[in-house]
Design a protein around this ligand. Structure first.
Ligand code: FAD
Length: 310
């Protein structure tokens, strides 16, 4: 069996594998796509010590770094079930879609998350050409320009407030008759001079000139009329879905599907740790996920020391 089996090869999982391998213990990483969300990213400019890199390059370097160590890397493998250990000292089992069963004294789940998309024409075509899901990452690209934020929950309203300080104008588009964000955020949003809020507005299409976004269209749901807004950027903020469906019933999840962890990265199941975007940790960012991966690996190592028989 492994001492540490990491499920997920994004920034969290790769960092966890490096930390575990450096302890000289048997380490494995199972992942569907090594690199995770960073594979879908263009420029990365907020990872300290790396002023600029690109997602696919960052992902390849993550994998190369892990390969410097004696780690069993199992790529393009999908984990389908996790069976917690029967006792504190027991083995955790992870089953793969291929039918293989892997046993480990500890498991670190770092299966990440995916952005909910609007599923409207133009959204996929203009992804990274004006359509974006990450205000912390891409906000500065729209300095002085006009943008739309789709979604009036906490993340959408926070994004609109954040962007209003960078861009020239923000149009916030909410499907419902009211915003769902916390009152204090709504008050802040309404106090900003360069923000317009559209309620009952259903985004119907992202429009562009072939190379980049030029605007979007929406349906006003009460009057059933169609309108368009000219913008250079569309920030989609309608939810981040954790990749944890395969864990239901085995470790505690929040109603939104995030794995509940403590400050050592421990989950509710003994020997099972978690890190990164699939957990309750706030702020879904590469550097935050990487740090959480280190925490979970050190947490797992601590667990192994305490449960190993002399
Ligand atoms: P992920 O990167 O999501 O990795 C999850 C891993 O788990 C992948 O290897 C995946 O294949 C694997 N996996 C999932 N399910 C299974 C399963 N059942 N079995 C096996 N493997 C599985 N952050 C920044 O800090 N700066 C940026 O500039 C930036 N730009 C971004 C741009 C885009 C377009 C996106 C989508 C995100 C961006 N982010 C950025 C956010 C950042 O990419 C994430 O916060 C980070 O990748 C999370 O790391 P993670 O390891 O937790 O999960």
């Amino acid at each position: 069996p492994f001492d540490v089996l990491v499920v997920g090869g994004g920034p969290a999982g790769a960092t966890a594998a490096i930390y575990a391998a450096r302890k000289g213990i048997r380490t494995g990483v199972v992942s569907e796509r090594f690199g995770g969300q960073t594979l879908d990213t263009m420029g990365i400019e907020n990872f300290a010590s790396v002023p600029y890199t690109e997602g696919p390059k960052f992902a390849a370097e993550l994998e190369n770094h892990v390969r410097q160590y004696d780690v069993d890397i199992m790529n393009t493998q999908n984990a389908t079930t996790l069976t917690p250990a029967a006792t504190e000292q027991g083995l955790v089992e992870v089953e793969l879609a291929s039918g293989a069963r892997l046993l480990s004294r500890s498991v670190i789940v770092s299966t990440g998350a995916r952005w909910r998309s609007m599923n409207v024409p133009g959204e996929t075509e203009y992804r990274n050409k004006g359509v974006t899901y990450c205000p912390h990452c891409d906000g500065p690209l729209f300095k002085g320009k006009r943008v739309a934020v789709v979604g009036g929950g906490n993340s959408g309203v926070e994004a609109a407030i954040d962007l209003a300080g960078i861009v020239s104008h923000v149009t916030l588009i909410e499907f419902d008759a009211e915003l769902r964000a916390d009152e204090v955020l709504q008050r802040k949003l309404r106090s900003l001079p360069n923000v317009e809020i559209l309620l009952n507005a259903q985004t119907t299409e992202v429009v562009g000139d072939g190379a980049k976004v030029t605007g979007l269209t929406y349906a006003e749901r009460t009057t059933e009329t169609w309108h368009s807004v000219a913008v250079d950027g569309v920030f989609v903020q309608i939810g981040l879905l954790p990749n944890t469906e395969w864990l239901s019933g085995t470790v505690d999840l929040t109603p939104r599907g995030e794995i509940v962890i403590d400050d050592h990265g421990r989950t509710s199941a003994p020997g099972v740790f978690a890190a990164g975007d699939c957990t309750t940790a706030p702020f879904k960012q590469i550097i935050v996920a990487a740090g959480a991966g280190a925490t979970a690996a050190l947490g797992a190592f601590d667990h192994l020391i305490r449960t190993s028989t002399p």
